[in-house]
Design a protein around this ligand. Structure first.
Ligand SMILES: [Zn+2]
Length: 143
């Protein structure tokens, strides 16, 4: 049964996901732009988009157009940003425009994030599988 509460949450999920998609526009990566938001108690406590670490040039790809190995994913940027803030991600929800990879899934688990809402499926599902194994609620919403 779909309750009024579920409907409200569904609407909020779509709004945050759309905000994450707008946030992805900050990314200077050419191949792909991904955005993420961490929401806790109805507050956005962190945000991220894919890009190189602070202090590095704002170029994600090498001359051959291949993504550099040190580019951080949106989820990793959002979670590590929290590590430098007074906030924490325990029991929060992560909104991300693309399906999390396995490396980000590990960070999501360890960050205590309780729920993940993502907006784009990927052929590899190992990240999603790992999140589900850890008991994290994972939801796909078509953007
Ligand atoms: Zn990732």
């Amino acid at each position: 049964m779909i309750t009024k509460q579920d409907k409200k949450q569904d609407l909020l999920d779509y709004r945050y996901l759309r905000m994450a998609r707008i946030w992805a526009e900050n990314s200077y990566c050419q191949r792909r732009q991904v955005g993420a938001l961490v929401v806790k108690n109805k507050m956005i406590i962190s945000d991220g988009y894919n890009g190189t670490p602070s202090g590095f040039e704002n170029i994600c790809e090498d001359e051959a157009g291949v993504t550099k190995p040190y580019v951080l994913h949106a989820e990793a940027n959002a979670i590590t940003k929290l590590a430098r803030s007074g906030n924490n991600s325990e029991d929060s929800t992560l909104y991300v425009t693309a399906s999390p990879c396995i490396e980000c899934a590990k960070l999501i688990i360890q960050a205590g994030i309780r729920r993940v809402v993502y907006g784009e499926k990927y052929r590899l599902t190992d990240g999603i599988d790992l999140l589900e194994r850890a008991g994290i609620e994972v939801e796909y919403k078509e953007l």
